[in-house]
Design a protein around this ligand. Structure first.
Ligand SMILES: Nc1ncnc2c1ncn2[C@@H]1O[C@H](COP(=O)(O)OP(=O)(O)OP(=O)(O)O)[C@@H](O)[C@H]1O
Ligand SMILES: [Mg+2]
Length: 550
């Protein structure tokens, strides 16, 4: 790679800069991107203490020469672009020369690096503004260690989730890049233990890491090409669907991206093949001329803008349709209805090695009592489920698990009172954590741009947002003294309560079955601590006792 230069102001001011470091997973992302841009064939990631104590990424890429090392931490210093024209067609994952500077601003950074040409490498140590560079022995390549994240901004630490959750997010980040770069070896160690060892592999082998061996065996290759535009990858057959979109991976020119619209395009051809509420597995790469893509719209590059959007979406849909052609369409599977726009008519399982899944499909809804309780047959008797409590628990679980948000088709403006606006302003991070994308819109107004998938999905029509937000703010006001995590749980519960089916709602037998299946899927003694009990079991043994049969 050529040498690092500080970008002239003309270029720098065109860059969508901002907070790049939100959490440990952001550090993992930026460091992996740098390693890949450096041409690494192997990337090693180490995460300790949820990534707050340490994130280290080591690679065997081109490394940095002695003269370049001190520049790496400077803002807008990059070896990847030189001019405004370069911004028009980005060929690397990084281009702003911002990431390392932003990381060094909130953590202690140590870099050990050597180029292949040099005999001796360099060690850089940065604590705040103090940067030292000294000669040091180093393998060819680069290793960047980031310690004590947010040590100097303790308020930002408060917005972090539990170390386990942060670790999980780091792991997901590694996985996304491993899927986008199957030819590169990846490994991940968490708290000193190996979590992932992925030698260079085919896409199918990589996909197995993400969806499991069994499901990977049910994946179908897709491939579609027209001019500069190429769509290729793997999609799950209709035999393997999931209750969430968490096993859909998209990459654009090898840059992992999230895109609600791409997900919709992927899912469209599954209509009538996969029951509503089941989402296909997918690892999809879109490749096109970089001039068509603007990655410079979002400070974390979390969003990209495409010219030719339609062409891309159509290409994805067509690639998927072609692969699904052999699978018959069942009309009845395509008609969702409130309150479960996604009613699976038969339980489709993805083997997860969890015991509760074994029961799924053997718990059979028999009917509703007082439109409030669902009675179901189980292998050892019957179960009575409180439909509201159960749905609430499912939604709470999904909200707390975080992840996907769904953009609103048009942003909704929310006019608040001064007090509400202040309260919201002080807790925006908390709402963002739950997947509610709210942004200040002048005065006491906010603009809602996206909703967490569990809320967006349960509704067919527009969700009445203001009453929901009002209630959440009330809940917030009532619980101000709580720590962020319990507060987040409170808000998730409140939102789930509003979105859940109510006592008295008439449910079809299919809808009852979905609720039971979802409940069992979400159920584990450790993950369902919220609220009232959602069910009780009446065993055959108990019945026999009552009827004096034993
Ligand atoms: N692992 C690495 N191997 C070799 N050079 C690296 C590595 N990491 C960083 N560098 C050098 O340091 C420079 C600054 O990295 P930094 O991540 O801050 O910016 P960038 O990658 O150019 O842009 P962005 O801010 O978009 O990530 C890079 O342009 C590159 O020259
Ligand atoms: Mg970078």
């Amino acid at each position: 790679m050529s040498t690092i230069q500080v970008l002239p102001p003309k270029v720098a001011e065109r860059i969508a800069a901002g907070e790049v470091v939100e959490r440990p997973a952001s550090v993992v992302k930026e460091l992996i991107e740098n390693a890949l841009d450096a041409g690494a064939k192997a990337v090693r990631v180490e995460v300790t203490g949820g990534g707050v104590d340490l994130v280290r990424v080591s690679d065997d890429g081109c490394g940095m020469g002695r003269a370049d090392v001190p520049l790496a931490l400077k803002r807008f210093s990059t070896s990847k672009i030189r001019s405004v024209a370069d911004l028009e067609a980005i060929h690397t994952l990084g281009f702003r020369g911002e990431a390392l500077a932003a990381i060094a601003a909130v953590a202690r950074v140590a870099i050990l690096t050597r180029t292949a040409e040099e005999l001796e490498g360099s060690r850089l140590t940065a604590v705040g503004p103090e940067v030292t560079v000294e000669p040091a022995a180093s393998p060819a390549g680069c290793s960047v260690a980031v310690n004590d994240l947010f040590y100097n901004t303790p308020a930002r630490r408060k917005f972090l989730k539990s170390p386990q959750r942060e670790t999980e997010l780091c792991q997901q980040t590694v996985l996304r890049y491993a899927l986008a770069f199957p030819q590169v070896a990846f490994s991940l160690a968490v708290d000193g233990r190996e979590r992932l060892v992925a030698p260079p592999a085919s896409l199918l082998e990589r996909a197995a890491l993400a969806v499991g061996r069994e499901a990977a065996g049910e994946m179908l290759p897709i491939s579609w090409e027209a001019g500069d535009l190429r769509v290729h990858g793997l999609i799950g057959s209709p035999a393997v669907g999931r209750g969430r979109r968490d096993r859909q991976f998209f990459a654009l020119n090898h840059r992992p991206i999230r895109s609600g619209l791409l997900a919709v395009m992927l899912e469209r051809p599954y209509a009538g093949r996969l029951p509503p509420g089941r989402y296909p597995l997918a690892v999809v790469n879109v490749e096109l001329d970089p001039a068509w893509v603007d990655v410079n719209v979002h400070p974390r590059k979390a969003e990209v803008r495409f010219a030719q959007e339609r062409a891309i979406y159509q290409a994805v849909s067509q690639a998927v349709s072609a692969a699904l052609a052999p699978f018959p369409v069942q009309e009845m599977l395509g008609t969702p209805g409130w309150p479960f726009p996604e009613v699976p008519l038969a339980p489709l399982l993805v083997a997860e090695g969890r015991e509760m899944y074994d029961v799924r499909g053997r718990v059979e809804a028999l009917g509703q009592v007082h439109n409030t309780y669902i009675v179901a047959h189980t292998p050892d008797g019957l179960v009575v489920v409180d439909q509201h409590a159960a749905h609430e628990a499912i939604l709470t679980e999904r909200l707390l698990a975080g992840g996907e948000t769904v953009p609103l088709s048009s942003p909704v403006r929310l006019d608040l009172t001064i007090r509400e606006a202040e309260l919201l302003g002080a807790h925006l991070g908390l709402f963002a954590d739950l997947g509610m994308d709210l942004e200040p819109f002048g005065g006491n107004s906010y603009l809602a741009r996206a909703l967490p998938a569990p809320l967006a999905r349960e509704r067919v029509g527009p969700l009445p947002l203001s009453p929901l937000l009002e209630e959440l703010l009330e809940e917030l006001a009532a619980n101000r003294g709580l720590d962020p995590e319990p507060l987040r749980v409170k808000l998730a519960e409140k939102a789930a309560c509003r979105a859940a089916v109510k006592a008295g709602d008439l449910l079809s037998i299919e809808q009852q079955q979905v609720l039971l299946d979802d409940l069992l899927a979400a159920w584990s003694p450790s993950t369902c601590p919220h609220g009232r009990p959602a069910l009780f079991v009446l065993t055959v043994e108990e019945m026999e006792r009552r009827f004096l049969r034993r």
